[in-house]
Design a protein around this ligand. Structure first.
Ligand SMILES: Cc1cc2nc3c(=O)[nH]c(=O)nc-3n(C[C@H](O)[C@H](O)[C@H](O)COP(=O)(O)O)c2cc1C
Length: 227
């Protein structure tokens, strides 16, 4: 796929077909992922890939419980079932159904990846900054090969249990959990705020006259300002 098509269609994919991912595709995705930069080229990132080994099966079960708990808390906290969410055809209700399906089936995703960080800087933000570029490279290369994925942090409440299952040493944490698989459905375009709300020139909030979205760009957060 052409680079800009990949970037503008790499959406969060939360439904997967059961097809396994061939080793050669995994190798290509992780090669691309690990080409990402890190501070001083320290490369504090390690990926733990879960498929169907005994540790993977144990971790999948724990993740399922954790994802369901985290979504259930978010569902209540963000009032997904109140207001417009009471209408089953509303965007809120559709999102809630997608999320519920996601957490109910997360343990069945063909591959689940733990993006782990070896701490060296006492939890300083640059540690995460040396891990997430590789996660994004993984999402992009998955998309380029026709797979879908989503970055998540819903392992947090069971991180200790997961660390014991997969044998993480002291000083290593899970920065993200990324399920991967062939998408059920299509990717569709990424929607974000209009460029002029995200990019300034010279000073905060000062518009950059050249910051114009290309024809056909799709927007999130309501209709774009001044269009
Ligand atoms: C740091 C980070 C944490 C995220 N955590 C979760 C998560 O725990 N669960 C989840 O379902 N999605 C999670 N997401 C996915 C976002 O919800 C998603 O990327 C965002 O809504 C944009 O979706 P889109 O790319 O399909 O437009 C996370 C994304 C990022 C970058």
């Amino acid at each position: 796929m052409e680079f800009f098509e990949v970037v503008t269609t790499t959406r969060a994919i939360r439904r997967y077909l059961p097809d396994p991912i061939p080793d050669a595709d995994l190798a290509q995705m992780f090669f691309a992922a690990t080409r990402a930069p890190s501070g001083s080229n320290r490369q504090p990132l390690r990926f733990v890939v879960l498929r169907d080994g005994p540790k993977a099966l144990a971790a999948r079960k724990v993740l399922g419980d954790s994802f369901r708990t985290m979504w259930s808390d978010k569902r209540a906290g963000d009032a997904y079932d109140r207001g417009s969410g009471e209408d089953p055809s509303s965007r809120k209700a559709r999102t809630a159904r997608t999320m519920q399906h996601f957490v109910d089936h997360i343990d069945e995703a063909p591959v689940i990846v733990f993006a782990c960080v070896q701490h060296w800087h006492g939890g300083h933000f640059t540690e995460g900054a040396s891990v997430y570029p590789a996660c994004q490279n993984l999402l992009l290369s998955a998309r380029a090969l026709g797979y879908g994925a989503v970055m998540t942090v819903w392992h947090q409440v069971v991180e200790k249990e997961l660390a014991d299952i997969v044998g993480l040493p002291d000083g290593v944490s899970i920065a993200a959990t990324i399920p991967l698989g062939r998408p059920e459905g299509r990717h569709g375009p990424v929607r974000r705020l209009p460029l002029d709300q995200l990019v300034y020139e010279d000073g905060w909030s000062e518009s950059a006259p050249w910051a114009i979205d290309p024809e056909g760009a799709r927007f999130s957060g309501g209709p774009p300002r001044g269009r």
